[in-house]
Write a protein that binds this ligand. Structure first.
Ligand SMILES: NC(=O)C1=CN([C@@H]2O[C@H](COP(=O)(O)OP(=O)(O)OC[C@H]3O[C@@H](n4cnc5c(N)ncnc54)[C@H](O)[C@@H]3O)[C@@H](O)[C@H]2O)C=CC1
Ligand SMILES: N/C(=C\C=C\C(=O)O)C(=O)O
Length: 490
């Protein structure tokens, strides 16, 4: 709803509780990353709003969980249809709110959000449970799976609608009701989806969306005694706080966290394909995807050729106004985040690193209106030691580092030499080598000769500080349900 607040007109969001839009007393300013201007007021919800949402979700649970998976699937598919019918509106809104290009939102975020509902509607119809006979005891034993109750879902700002629906879809497909909290920086498309949920026939209280900050709304949600499970995507530091906060209640947790993802490139790789894909894997969505490549290890015999060609290809990766279809990247999420990303480049330089391209905003062709936006071009660095913070910490921006290796063992050791373990790519034509390296890498996902090919049936999640648990296909089914073993004595 657009409302005048003072001299200017802002988009004012409301919480969605029990199937109704509920105004909030206090609001947080949310700005447009490509101009730096505040354009939206997001509810600053706290315990009171979270309590109301949990009460609505509890009330809706008995009816929703008693419906058949087929009945629930019909509603999920309807919601997917409606998101697809409004794809362009959602893409424009996601781009304005997050800073990403409209093209990326139109071709990735929004279609994949709709597909989350379609996929989990179908996927839950096909899972089976276990059965075992104990004839000597006269017993038949089997398992069933039941929804857990009210699921607490917390999502980040980088893929706003996609990561929110990645959680809502399996949670409600399996019969849970939910209270979800999107990032306070990117709440608009979640709010837009609430209207479509009403049209799709999602019963009141099945999906409740409470907007607000992590320390207020997020903390109230995680600490609510009637929320038995929490699915979270975001930073490792926040996940640690969520873990502590949930401990007194022994909550079921799924934590999808950051990455410092290596690309390992052997001399026998198809370099044309590898360079094209590694530019994409390093810089897509401004490098603001937990799966983006940020450390590139190249076999020494092709290191110089790779670096030269990779830098040349990166120079063609255009950053600028998100609505211009010729741009590959838009703006970073916030001024603070831009400063954090730039500070890593400054650190690299202070440690003797070479910045081959990118870094400054001067080289971008930005109209005056957008010159105060949070833009940063794709940046390639080399000559940094593996122990540097630049090579160890998640930067989450358009910055990638290139470094040589001599042997397969060294490549694996470098790949594994960080506290994260989310994703990796391996480039070679030798299937045996690919298999050996993929097996030894400490990463929840390994793509070989490709990147971001996503089969939602496969487990998604990370090792080490990149997360706890897996979601996707059968793993989402297991996470969002409790298994029960039943013994029938006959
Ligand atoms: N998918 C990923 O791997 C992501 C990684 N990050 C990393 O984290 C850094 C910081 O970004 P932030 O937005 O601050 O991430 P964050 O982890 O603080 O935020 C993610 C979500 O958690 C919520 N949250 C924050 N504190 C909370 C708390 N105490 N209890 C419950 N919920 C809470 C936020 O409101 C948001 O909805 C980024 O620079 C990036 O390195 C950020 C977003 C996504
Ligand atoms: N979880 C994230 C990305 C997932 C992408 C995908 O499912 O393809 C993230 O960036 O946090």
């Amino acid at each position: 709803m657009a409302k005048a607040s003072g001299q200017r007109s802002y988009l004012v969001l409301e919480n969605y509780i029990g199937g109704k839009f509920v105004p909030c007393r206090n609001h947080i300013d949310s700005s447009e990353p490509s101009t730096g201007e505040v354009y939206c007021k997001v509810p600053d919800s706290g315990k009171e709003e979270v309590d109301a949402a949990v009460a609505a979700a509890k009330e809706a649970f008995p009816d929703w969980s008693a419906r058949s998976p087929q009945q629930r699937a019909q509603i999920l598919n309807k919601l997917a249809d409606l998101i697809e019918a409004h794809l362009e509106e959602f893409a424009q809104a996601e781009s304005r709110d997050q800073g990403k290009t409209v093209t990326f939102a139109r071709t990735v975020d929004i279609p994949r959000s709709a597909y989350n509902f379609r996929f989990f509607a179908s996927s839950v119809l096909h899972h089976t449970t276990d059965c075992s006979q104990m004839d000597h005891m006269g017993c038949l034993n089997y398992t069933i799976r039941c929804p857990v109750g009210v699921a607490g879902l917390i999502s980040p700002w980088n893929l706003p609608l996609y990561l929110l629906t990645w959680k809502i879809a399996p949670a409600i497909a399996t019969g849970n009701t939910v209270v979800a909290k999107p990032s306070e920086m990117t709440s608009v498309t979640a709010w837009m989806m609430c209207k479509l949920m009403q049209q799709a026939g999602v019963p009141p209280g099945v999906v409740n969306i409470v907007f607000g900050t992590g320390p207020r709304a997020g903390d109230a949600l995680v600490g609510h005694p009637d929320i038995p499970l929490v699915s979270f995507t975001g930073s490792t530091a926040t996940a640690q706080r969520i873990t502590e906060r949930s401990a007194p209640y022994c909550k079921k947790l799924s934590l999808e966290l950051g990455g410092k993802n290596p690309a390992i490139i052997f001399a026998d790789a198809d370099l044309d394909q590898c360079i094209e894909t590694t530019v994409r894997s390093s810089f897509s969505n401004q490098g603001e995807i937990c799966l983006c490549t940020s450390r590139i290890y190249v076999e020494r015999s092709i290191y110089s050729e790779f670096l030269e060609r990779f830098v040349a290809a990166t120079r063609k990766w255009k950053t600028g106004v998100p609505s211009d279809p010729s741009n590959n990247n838009g703006a970073l999420i916030s001024k603070e985040h831009l400063e954090k990303v730039r500070s890593f480049v400054a650190l690299a330089k202070s440690e003797g690193g070479i910045v081959h391209c990118g870094e400054g905003v001067e080289q971008l062709d930005l109209p005056e209106l957008n010159s105060s936006g949070y833009f940063m071009p794709a940046t390639v660095i080399s000559g940094i030691s593996d122990s540097s913070r630049v090579m160890q910490e998640e930067i989450f921006g358009p910055v990638t580092c290139v470094s040589p290796f001599d042997t397969e063992d060294e490549a694996v050791a470098k790949g594994n030499g960080v506290r994260y373990g989310l994703a990796a790519t391996v480039w070679s034509r030798d299937v045996g080598k690919i298999h050996r390296v993929a097996k030894r890498l400490q990463a929840g996902l390994v793509w070989t000769n490709c990147w971001l090919v996503r089969d939602l049936n496969l487990p998604f999640g990370g090792m080490k500080n990149s997360g706890v648990g897996r979601e996707g296909g059968k793993d989402s089914y297991h996470f969002f349900t409790e298994v029960k073993s039943i013994t029938i004595k006959h």
